[in-house]
Write a protein that binds this ligand. Structure first.
Ligand SMILES: [Zn+2]
Length: 394
C-alpha cells in the first residue's frame, strides 16, 4: 500500500528563509518553463516536451550557481514534471471535449510545494531509533531541519515534499509498501449519506460531523472585505484569514480521519454515493439573506460555491476512507447518487414531494416517515448490496 505521512517542520528562522527562497526559485523555474513552452508553440508551432526542458537544467544551473544552481537537480526535475503533468491534463480535457483553462503562471503564494522524488537525493531523512520522535530531514542548501514526528512512519519512504501553509511548514513523506492491518469481521454493513453541513449519516442512524464550524473564518473574511487595499490593517486581516483557513482545513482532515476510522471499525462493507464532479442533485434553491450570503435553511449548501467546497471535502473524505478501508480489508462500494434522497426506503416510491424538509422524509405513497438522511443512507446501502450481488452473479 502507498500512503503519505505529514509532519510539522520546525525550521530555524534562517532555514525558513532558505525554504521560502527554495519555493520562490522553483516557482520561477516553473514559470520560465511554461513561458518557454508557450513561446515555442506560438512562434514556431513546436510542442516542447519534458525531456528537452530537463536537458536544459544543466545549463540553467551552471549559469546561476548562487540561485537555481543551489537546489537539488531532482527537485527541479520534479517541478518540470509537474508542469508537464499540468499540460497533459489540459490536453486530456481538450480531447474529452471540454474547454479547460490553459496551465497558468504561478503567482507569489501560489506555489507552495517542492518535491524531492527520492529519499537520499538532495534530501535525506534522519531518525534516531532511541528517540523515535526526534527526527530531522536534511535538505540541500537548507540544512538539517527538525521534524515534529508525532507518529511512526510505516513502509519505505519514496518521495519527500515540503509544503507551506500560511506561516507553517510541513514535510510530507510518501511511503510505499505500508503494511495493511486487517480488522476482524463485524458482520455489519452500512450505507453512508453525506448531507449538508458536513454531516455523515449511516443507515443505522449514526451521525457524525465531518467538519468543525467555519463561522469564525466567515467572520474574518467579512472583516477583510471591509479593509482598504494596501493598508496595514488589510495585511493583518489577510494573515488572519490565511491562518484560519489552515486551521479549518486541519480540523476537517482530523474529523474526516476520525469518521473514516469509526466506519471501517464498525462495518465490513461500506456503501457511499459516487462523487459526481458535474451536477449533484440540487436539493433546494438557496435563499439569499440580503447581505450577500444565504439563509441557514440547511439546503443552500448543495449549490454554488458551497457545493464545490462540499464536494472537495467529500472527495478528501473518500480518499481517507478508501485508504483506511484498504488497510483494514474492508469493502467500499460507490453507487449512483441519483434519487437516493427522494426514494422511499420502505416501498420504493420515488417522488420529489417525499422530502418534506431537509430533515424529514414522508412517503406520499405509503406514509413511511423517517429521518431524511437515514432514509437516503438505507437506499444507498441497498443499491450497494444489489451491485455486490450482481458482481457475484456475473
Ligand atoms: Zn413509501
Amino acid at each position: 500500500m502507498r500512503r503519505s505521512f505529514t509532519f510539522l517542520l520546525r525550521p530555524t528562522s534562517k532555514q525558513a528563509a532558505a525554504l521560502a527562497q527554495c519555493l520562490e526559485d522553483h516557482r520561477e523555474l516553473y514559470n520560465a518553463a511554461l513561458e518557454h513552452r508557450r513561446t515555442a508553440y506560438r512562434k514556431a508551432g513546436v510542442a516542447v516536451r519534458y525531456g528537452e526542458q530537463s536537458a536544459e537544467l544543466k545549463h540553467i544551473r551552471a549559469d546561476d550557481p548562487g540561485g537555481q544552481g543551489r537546489w537539488s537537480f531532482s527537485s527541479q526535475q520534479a517541478t518540470l514534471r509537474r508542469l508537464d503533468k499540468a499540460y497533459r491534463a489540459f490536453f486530456d480535457r481538450v480531447k474529452a471535449g471540454r474547454t479547460p483553462g490553459f496551465p497558468r503562471f504561478k503567482g507569489r503564494g501560489r506555489f507552495d510545494t517542492v518535491e524531492w522524488p527520492k529519499d537520499g537525493d538532495g534530501c535525506r531523512r534522519h531518525s534516531q531509533p532511541e528517540h523515535p520522535t526526534a527526527t530531522y530531514v536534511r535538505l540541500q542548501s537548507v540544512g538539517q531541519v527538525r521534524v515534529h514526528q508525532h507518529r511512526r512512519v510505516l513502509g519505505i519512504v519514496k518521495t519527500i515534499s515540503v509544503k507551506r501553509e500560511g506561516a507553517r511548514w510541513f514535510v510530507v513523506l510518501s511511503c510505499d509498501e505500508v503494511p495493511a492491518h486487517p480488522l476482524p469481521a463485524t458482520g455489519a454493513v452500512a450505507g453512508v449519506d453525506v448531507g449538508v453541513a458536513w454531516l455523515a449519516t449511516t443507515s443505522d442512524g449514526d451521525q457524525r460531523h465531518l467538519a468543525a464550524c467555519a463561522s469564525r473564518l466567515a467572520a474574518a473574511q467579512r472583516k477583510l472585505a471591509g479593509k482598504k487595499r494596501g493598508s496595514k490593517r488589510r495585511r493583518k486581516a489577510v494573515a488572519r484569514v490565511a491562518a484560519l483557513h489552515a486551521k479549518v482545513r486541519r480540523q476537517r482532515l482530523d474529523s474526516a480521519h476520525k469518521a473514516a476510522l469509526a466506519l471501517v471499525r464498525g462495518y465490513d462493507v461500506i456503501v457511499h454515493e459516487a462523487l459526481k464532479v458535474a451536477g449533484m442533485t440540487r436539493r433546494a434553491a438557496p435563499k439569499p439573506d440580503g447581505e450577500g450570503g444565504y439563509l441557514a435553511n440547511g439546503q443552500s449548501a448543495k449549490s454554488g460555491l458551497n457545493k464545490s467546497i462540499l464536494d472537495a471535502g467529500w472527495s478528501a473524505f473518500l480518499t481517507i476512507l478508501s485508504h483506511k478501508a484498504e488497510s483494514a480489508g474492508r469493502q467500499l462500494i460507490a453507487v449512483n447518487p441519483a434519487n437516493t434522497s427522494r426514494t422511499c426506503s420502505r416501498c420504493g416510491h420515488c417522488a420529489k414531494d417525499n422530502r418534506v424538509t431537509q430533515a424529514v422524509f414522508r412517503c406520499t405513497a405509503c406514509g413511511h416517515e423517517a429521518h431524511a438522511d437515514v432514509n437516503a443512507a438505507i437506499n444507498i446501502l441497498r443499491a450497494g448490496l444489489a451491485l455486490r450481488e450482481a458482481a457475484r452473479a456475473a
